[in-house]
Design a protein around this ligand. Structure first.
Ligand code: MG
Length: 151
């Protein structure tokens, strides 16, 4: 069958979003012991790709978004006592779900910032934790915290 010729000068225009890329498969047994930071980062890359949202996920915007979502997480604890918070975190399913969702928002914006800046999260965390160990030696800070002067 012969192909129909398109009239000269008329370009076709896409009217719908491109097909969603194949989603990265979750680890077979999905939980924290099997999922990797790389998998979280790839999931976020695909979420942006499917929506053509890279233009919004710029480092400045992502830093702001992490702060906004951290505020939403904190809002869940606003006006409740530490004891109420402990009880709700342990036994209130709706509260636990809400906290988990805000935690996810913070975490996934962190993944997106790492993607946008091409930062290796594991190496960055390891380096910062080494810095923290040196700043807060266990023998000096065991069981108490006091901010070192000048930091
Ligand atoms: Mg949120």
């Amino acid at each position: 069958m012969a192909k129909k010729k398109r009239p000269a000068g008329k370009a076709t225009m896409k009217t719908s979003a491109p097909a969603a890329p194949t989603q990265v498969s979750p680890p077979t047994q999905l939980h924290d012991e099997t999922a990797t930071i790389g998998w979280l980062r790839q999931m976020m890359r695909e979420f942006l790709e499917e929506r053509n949202w890279h233009k919004y996920h710029l480092p400045r915007n992502l830093a702001a978004s992490i702060s906004v979502e951290a505020g939403e997480l904190l809002e869940l604890f606003q006006w409740i006592t530490p004891e109420e918070a402990r009880e709700r975190c342990a036994a209130d399913a709706a509260f636990r779900k809400a906290v988990g969702e805000e935690l996810c928002d913070v975490l996934m914006y962190c993944m997106s910032l790492a993607n946008a800046m091409d930062l290796d999260v594991a190496r960055t965390v390891a380096a910062k934790m080494q810095k923290n160990r040196e700043k807060y030696p266990a023998e000096k800070f065991f069981g108490h915290y006091e901010r070192p002067l000048g930091s």
